[in-house]
Write a protein that binds this ligand. Structure first.
Ligand SMILES: Nc1ncnc2c1ncn2[C@@H]1O[C@H](COP(=O)(O)OP(=O)(O)OP(=O)(O)O)[C@@H](O)[C@H]1O
Ligand SMILES: [Mg+2]
Length: 352
């Protein structure tokens, strides 16, 4: 079920640290339309390190989001968190597809470090290997069965079914087709940094010609800012989260807390970029940076990154070229678009 293409209409549900985000898309004449949408806050610590910890709390958040959006289908595409292994391996091009599957299964324990009975794995044939035309590149993906079962359990509470279980970075890659209108030369023959600043993690990906060629996740996100606000002003998690978005904090907030946090955002991107640059000799220079995720909505954050990294930076908007149904429009909050990239990528699995 991991990665497998789907021809069923699906709702993309991003079950993440700070919230559940649900998007249903339709497509006509090459254009997408948001049919339904909902976001529902996730209680603190219900998900940690991208793994579901509190099945009841997460199930309830998903149930509320589904109820509010009331999508047209009960089938969902979700992304599995926690330790996910992805690896590109080479197999003989001459093997028929069926034998390829068998061969990969037989060899899987060479590539997967965890006990095989504890992991679910899947593969996708990427195409003829550049290094050798007699070989094909095969993408192997493995995730803990337990984490997939937890996803299924929380969807069940909402009366939904997991039809596709994806990996977050592939959902992001898929969603990039919704950002091409913001890319230099629509991303063709360009090297673009795409940053997803979430609550718990920040993922920096390098896109070359619209495909992800590098990805690095750092332990940094909006939670750092929430914790700092809670500590500094003696607020609860919910109060701090609200104050971040709606303002009302004392005057020293900007200089003492927000500014240093934005510097940390830029520093996180810079460090990931250095990791990337030390891993390759090609395409080292970024033509552009696109920032997404909830923290991308912080006014001035994109400008700060642009200054510090000396690279044009903008906030991604996957809905720039889309229509919104009036129902979806009434649910969507201004500024929220950039946080919905993963949910959009998952929703796009309907059209694979
Ligand atoms: N307008 C805003 N100003 C400041 N911070 C914001 C704003 N909007 C959202 N955030 C912050 O962004 C974070 C949520 O972003 P996002 O929804 O991308 O995270 P997530 O997907 O839940 O987390 P993760 O991907 O790490 O699991 C929260 O820390 C939230 O407080
Ligand atoms: Mg996220």
């Amino acid at each position: 079920m991991l990665l497998k293409p789907s021809s069923t209409p699906l709702v993309g549900i991003d079950i993440s640290t700070s919230s559940v985000k649900l998007i249903e898309l339709s497509k006509s004449g090459g254009a997408y339309k948001v049919e339904s949408f909902a976001a529902e806050a996730m209680p603190v610590n219900a998900i940690t390190d991208k793994v579901i910890m509190d099945l009841d709390a997460v199930g309830e958040a998903v149930r509320k989001a589904v109820k509010r959006a009331s999508p047209h289908t009960k089938y969902a595409a979700v992304a599995v968190g926690g330790q996910v292994m992805t690896k590109t391996i080479q197999m003989p091009a001459s093997l028929p597809d069926r034998d390829l599957g068998e061969q990969i299964e037989l060899q899987a324990d060479q590539y997967i470090s965890q006990p095989l009975e504890e992991v679910a794995f899947d593969y996708e044939i990427l195409g003829i290997s550049q290094a050798d035309p007699d070989l094909v590149d095969v993408l192997l993906v493995a995730a803990r069965k337990e984490n997939i079962e937890k996803l299924q359990a929380v969807l069940e509470v909402a009366g939904m079914n997991a039809k596709v279980v994806d990996v977050e970075v592939y959902a992001v890659e898929n969603a990039c087709k919704l950002l091409t209108h913001q890319m230099v030369d629509e991303g063709l023959d360009r090297t673009i940094g795409l940053v997803d600043f979430g609550a718990a993690a920040t993922t920096f990906s390098v896109l070359r010609d619209r495909k992800i060629i590098y990805s690095h996740t750092a332990d940094f996100g909006g939670k750092v800012l929430t914790d700092e606000i809670m500590r500094h002003y003696g607020l609860t998690y919910d109060e701090a989260g609200k104050a971040k978005k709606e303002g009302g904090l004392p005057n020293n907030y900007k200089v003492e807390i927000l500014d240093p946090f934005m510097d940390d955002m830029a520093q996180t991107v810079n460090r990931s970029l250095q990791f990337y640059q030390s891993s390759t000799s090609e395409h080292q220079h970024l033509d552009q940076i696109i920032v997404c995720g909830g923290c991308a909505a912080i006014p001035g954050a994109a400008e700060r990154i642009s200054e510090k990294l000396n690279t044009p930076t903008l906030v991604g908007n996957p809905f720039g070229r889309m229509k919104l149904s009036s129902r979806a429009k009434s649910q969507m909050v201004e500024n929220e678009a950039a946080a919905l990239l993963v949910a959009c990528g998952l929703a796009l699995r309907s059209f694979d």
